[in-house]
Design a protein around this ligand. Structure first.
Ligand code: ADP
Ligand code: MG
Length: 473
């Protein structure tokens, strides 16, 4: 089990991962086989969906036959326009009338990566006769909303398309999301900030990678972030072992790309802290929900005082901490008003210099499961506490958007003091070596289209790079 430590008395062992070349090769082969399987399954599922849609149209879906038909027609017209996630380059698809206005869709080297992930219709949504009103054709996401014409009788379908760095459809796995959205940040931090950083944490600052999950409650934030946390746990120890002296060329990296500079298990200790921000309170999820304070000192350094950091030296130790954090969060969530939808949960992975007496920070990864983005109705609620919480959530999500946008703009004003969330994450916005990924999760149900549109607009504003076409038919 993990050892409880504070930042200055870390006692982790420098246990190296037993990672021979053979093991790595077997792992790669297994992953490739998995990927092939998944592609096949995906193809089958797509065929089934098309069949289902045809059936719905011919039987007359009791929900809304016009709508389902219009969406199906739109999908038929745009079938084949999806790109592969491996493709990098400008979006230039005449059929969708998309152009990239301010920047290219290159994710490599970008400071901000904005992705969307759609889940499948849930059994509940199916029971409610909702239909699938979202289409992800990478790199685009489209919401199909049913609208009534002014005559009040005839319906039409509004299709709103947005372009992102990645759009993951309902057939994408969390591994796909991890590979494209989070892993580049993990690699960047473990390489000591790669381009621009010297790995020493000196002068060039400390590399920081932050991954956010944003979306309506029930859209898949915790599902996606949970999977990403597990993959990070595996990945960092494999990267650190690969950067070590025993295997200095880093060849046991999953993709064979070598990282010559960077942290290794010999020189870098890994520790984990997990906490949540709920109604203005900061609570340690690895330490009895202890209440914590956030302080900004005269030098502008922000510390969460009292936050416990746990040293981890294997994926297993890391995973048991994640589980503990999740349990601490969900126990609470069974109470009224589902606390988990009203709190931000933050998992931080800290890389510290073992050779330095003060265990100086060398890099940091933050994985953030944000509070549900649907807050509009709560502001009319009669429950005062609920209203206050909601307005706090609104404030923090708005501040977050502005802070992330400020990363892209270089220097300038970063309004991080506007909320506890952004204050705690200050360095993720102001550091020159900060990189961010935003994963907006989407509920596909036709009853959620307004929330889904809001989510897409939020994500879109973070990186103004789309020209969206909204047209009726
Ligand atoms: P949120 O954290 O945004 O409120 P959850 O992550 O709890 O939403 O997801 C809501 C439900 O949907 C859960 O039962 C979860 O298992 C399921 N779910 C979410 N995303 C996916 C997905 N991509 N594939 C399968 N099930 C999913
Ligand atoms: Mg959740």
């Amino acid at each position: 089990a993990a050892t409880t430590t504070t930042t200055t008395t870390t006692t982790s062992s420098s246990s190296a991962m037993p990672s021979s070349k053979d093991q790595t090769r077997m792992r790669i082969e297994r992953m490739e086989a998995d990927r092939r399987d998944r592609r096949l399954r995906t193809k089958e599922l797509r065929a089934n969906r098309a069949e289902e849609e045809r059936r719905n149209i011919s039987l007359g879906n009791p929900g809304d036959v016009d709508f389902v038909g219009l969406v199906a027609r739109w999908r038929e017209e745009h079938a084949g326009s999806a790109r592969s996630h491996e493709d990098v380059g400008d979006v230039d698809d005449g059929a969708m009338m998309i152009s990239t206005s301010t920047s290219t869709s290159t994710t490599r080297g970008d400071k901000i990566c904005v992705c969307v992930r759609k889940r499948r219709l849930s059994p509940k949504e199916v029971l409610r006769m909702e239909h699938d009103a979202v289409t992800c054709l990478h790199p685009t996401a489209t919401v199909h909303s049913a609208r009534l014409r002014v005559d009040g009788i005839s319906k039409y379908c509004d299709h709103n398309t947005f372009v992102f760095d990645h759009a993951f459809d309902e057939f994408s796995s969390t591994e796909d999301v991890y590979r494209h959205a989070a892993r580049p940040l993990v690699r960047y931090v473990c390489a000591g900030g790669a381009a621009g950083g010297d790995g020493s944490g000196n002068g060039n600052g400390v590399p920081r990678g932050t991954v956010f999950a944003y979306g309506q409650t029930g859209s898949g934030k915790t599902y996606t972030m949970g999977g990403i946390q597990r993959m990070v746990a595996e990945d960092i120890f494999s990267i650190l072992a690969g950067n070590g002296n025993g295997n200095g060329n880093g060849n046991n990296r999953l993709d064979g790309n070598s990282v010559k500079i960077g942290f290794s298990s010999e020189d870098t200790a890994v520790s984990v802290a997990i906490f949540e921000i709920y109604g203005g309170r900061i609570q340690d999820l690895l330490n009895n929900r202890n209440r914590l304070k956030v302080l900004e000192d005269g030098k502008g350094e922000v510390v969460v005082s009292g936050l416990e950091e746990f040293a981890v030296s294997s994926p297993r130790e890391f995973l048991s901490l994640i589980e503990r954090g999740q349990n601490n969060r969900t126990t609470h969530a069974t109470e009224a008003n589902d606390v988990s939808s009203r709190s931000h949960a933050i998992c931080q992975i800290l890389f510290r210099d073992k050779s330095n007496a003060g265990w100086r920070l060398r890099g940091k990864l933050s994985l953030v499961d944000l509070a549900g983005s649907e807050r509009g109705n709560d502001t009319k609620s009669h429950d005062r506490q609920r209203r206050t919480e909601s307005s706090e959530i609104n404030t923090s999500l708005l501040a977050l958007k502005e802070c992330i946008r400020a990363i892209d703009g270089g220097s300038g004003h970063v309004p991080y003091r506007q909320s506890k969330l952004t204050l705690i994450l200050k360095d993720c916005f102001v550091s020159k070596l900060a990189r961010t990924a935003m994963i907006a999760t989407l509920s596909p149900g036709s009853n959620s289209t307004d929330h889904t549109l809001n989510t897409l607009r939020y994500a879109d504003r973070i990186k103004e790079k789309k020209v969206c076409n909204s047209f009726a038919q």
